[in-house]
Ligand binder design. Structure first.
Ligand code: ADP
Ligand code: MG
Length: 230
């Protein structure tokens, strides 16, 4: 595939927390390329740096060295404001815990990021309902997160992550808090959504069965990203 289709390109990334005697280098010489339409599983034990990698790839953290290209754009020395704009337009993030705004309804949780991006309220509502119905949760559109089950909350969170039609979807153990049956159900919908939209996706999971359904899997070893055979 041509370079033009590389949505996420991580080159020689390094991330160290703390300094001096307390310095902990979590990522070192980390490299990863994900093309549009490609779904990559990130399978690695707790504490090896999955969240650090996802946060750096999602421009929520800045690496100490190396480069993160999002749709070809180098981001490490970008100003905070430019990183924020690029993140909002190009990256969707799903956390392990839903992180929905508690005082807003499910639909409003999808409308807020769109309206921040300049979309009118009516259009944002229309797209919110469309995405919620895609995740088969539109009948709960006007309910607050606290009125939804864990699986329903995650379906709303996934719909929210793609509200602004990002190129890249990053998910940090998105079904990790759910019981196995709900997890399979929610993951199935996430999978369909990614496949239909042609998104590039990097999804951290401990579930090997889920990971096997993706195009390939990677793991973290000594701060490097290496291919994983499942
Ligand atoms: P994972 O998601 O694979 O469990 P993390 O990326 O959360 O791993 O963490 C990797 C390592 O970095 C762990 O040892 C963790 O304690 C440490 N770490 C994560 N975030 C910070 C931080 N903000 N400050 C210091 N250490 C951190
Ligand atoms: Mg983590």
């Amino acid at each position: 595939m041509s370079d033009a289709h590389i949505v996420l390109n991580i080159e020689n990334m390094e991330r160290t927390y703390g300094d001096g005697d307390h310095a902990l280098t979590v990522l070192k010489d980390a490299n990863l390329r994900i093309h549009s339409g490609e779904m990559v599983a990130l399978v690695a034990p707790s504490g090896t740096g999955k969240s650090t990698l996802l946060h750096s790839a999602g421009l929520l953290e800045r690496p100490d060295a190396g480069e993160v290209y999002i749709t070809g754009l180098p981001t490490r020395i970008m100003k905070d404001r430019d990183r924020t704009l690029l993140r909002r337009s190009s990256v969707g993030f799903v956390y392990q815990f839903h992180h929905l705004l508690p005082e807003f309804s499910a639909a409003e949780n999808l409308m807020v990021p769109q309206m921040v991006a300049g979309i009118s309220k009516n259009i944002a509502r229309e797209r919110a309902i469309e995405l919620l119905s895609y995740m088969r949760i539109d009948h709960r559109a006007d309910h607050r997160p606290s009125e939804l089950s864990g699986g329903e909350q995650q379906r709303v969170a996934i719909a929210r992550a793609v509200a602004n039609a990002p190129s890249l979807l990053l998910a940090d153990e998105p079904t990790g808090n759910l019981d196995p049956e709900t997890s399979d159900h929610v993951f199935g919908m996430l999978y369909e959504l990614v496949r239909k939209s042609g998104l590039a996706a990097l999804i951290a999971t401990h579930n090997h069965e889920l990971a096997k359904k993706m195009d390939r899997a990677v793991t973290l070893e000594g701060g490097k990203i290496i291919d994983l055979k499942l």
